[in-house]
Design a binder for this molecule. Structure first.
Ligand SMILES: C[S@@+](CC[C@H](N)C(=O)[O-])C[C@H]1O[C@@H](n2cnc3c(N)ncnc32)[C@H](O)[C@@H]1O
Length: 383
């Protein structure tokens, strides 16, 4: 196996695949291409580790080991057996196989897991002197994905998913997944250097992700990845990459990021998360209903994830809140406003058609990400 020339798959939430491919290309992976469920790119094992540290919107980074149509368990067994596992795994490693099946002949996840594991052990037995595999060593998360009978076998480099940045310990009310929050920051007209305010900031996810971007803070900087224990990733090289990424963090670039929320408990959770993200003093927070919010800057972007009113009883109060968001925008004529909502009534309740809308999924919930541009921005776009 050539660890200098590997194919990787960065998995992504449905609807974020194109954003992840573009993010990879910005990181220097020029061949990155979006596919259903993620983006594919190539590089060395060190590049794969770098991607784990840096990617903001992907869920995982995995090495693609084999891909082929599998109609039967025998096909799956032979495909798994063809992978040179002896070059990847230690004899005492924990071979943790997980996977998913969709629209395929093989639809039993547990049976596919057993077949893959059997083939891995068989291959290890044939290519090493070991006959016992105690599974007491380092974990190797191995993943299969069967979609329309095409099976992709991968080795995960991450362990816990990439949204686990290490700053969130308390969830509050309906927090956004960090990777989706990073995508909303990317899709909004906000760019580093501009003021950004989240008027219903909850636990502060959008603010922290924007601050990470503004300060060039790699989201994985303070967490570990399973691949750091893999024998084929040089420790020295991994340490060099990590320290390079750490040196790129410039917190003093972070300015004018702020948030407010009506709920004092949300603000105390947000302060805790800001602290745990190492951003004390770089994000200002205030307990205030958005109806009373007025900001000094002439221009900026409101970015928010207001309540959706999933329960019937909450719909009316959400409609009122959306109209208050419109009033907030009118009080700040140089500002743009972006909101994610699953409420199909959002634009009606807001009282204005959005300038842009994009369909996104918050977990399984279909949402719209709506953008209302300031007049100044609208003129700039129309020129
Ligand atoms: C869906 S949560 C936001 C979650 C947040 N994005 C996060 O990641 O934690 C909606 C937030 O809106 C806040 N909220 C509701 N009504 C509000 C109002 N009138 N003014 C300000 N905040 C409000 C709630 O307290 C709640 O924290």
């Amino acid at each position: 196996m050539d660890f200098q020339h590997l194919t990787f798959f960065a998995t992504a939430a449905f609807s974020l695949e194109g954003l992840v491919a573009a993010e990879l290309r910005r990181l220097g992976f020029e061949d990155a291409k979006a596919e259903l469920g993620g983006a594919r790119f190539t590089g060395s094992i060190a590049d794969g580790f770098f991607a784990c540290l840096r990617l903001r919107m992907a869920d995982r980074v995995m090495i693609v080991l084999a891909e082929k149509q599998c109609m039967t368990f025998e096909d799956l067994f032979q495909l798994t057996l063809s992978v040179p596992w002896e070059q990847l795994l230690t004899v005492d490693g924990q071979y943790n196989v997980s996977g998913k099946c969709a629209r395929s002949q093989l639809m039993s996840i547990s049976d596919c897991q057993s077949i893959c594991k059997k083939a891995i052990i068989e291959r290890m037995r044939r290519h090493s002197s070991a006959s016992v595999f105690p599974e007491t060593g380092i974990p190797y998360p191995i993943h299969f994905s069967l979609h329309e009978n095409l099976c992709r076998l991968c080795l995960d480099l991450c362990g816990s998913a990439l949204n686990r940045r290490g700053y969130r310990t308390w969830n509050g009310e309906a927090p956004l997944r960090e990777t989706l929050a990073a995508a909303l920051v990317e899709l909004s007209p906000w760019r580093p250097g501009m003021p950004l305010h989240d008027p219903c900031c909850g636990t502060g996810t959008l603010l922290i992700e924007a601050a990470f971007r503004e300060g060039h803070r790699a989201p994985g900087m303070n967490r570990s990845f399973v691949c750091e224990a893999y024998p084929f990733l040089s420790k020295q090289q991994a340490d060099e990459i990590r320290s390079k990424v750490q040196n790129e963090f410039e917190p003093d670039r972070i300015m004018n990021i702020s948030g407010s929320d009506i709920d004092p408990e949300a603000i105390s959770l947000a302060s805790r998360h800001v602290h745990q993200a190492g951003l004390d003093g770089y994000i200002s927070l205030q307990c205030l209903p958005l109806e009373e919010l007025t900001l000094d800057h002439a221009e900026g972007v409101f970015l928010c994830n207001p309540p959706y009113g999933e329960r019937i009883g909450d719909r009316k109060s959400c409609s009122v809140l959306y109209s208050h968001l419109h009033a907030l925008l009118r009080r700040h004529p140089g500002w743009s406003l972006c909101a994610i909502s699953s409420d199909p009534n959002f634009e009606h309740a807001f009282g204005k058609r959005a300038d842009k809308r994009r369909r996104l999924y918050n977990g399984r919930l279909e949402c719209q990400f709506l953008t209302y541009l300031s007049d100044e921005k609208k003129n700039r776009y129309s020129r």
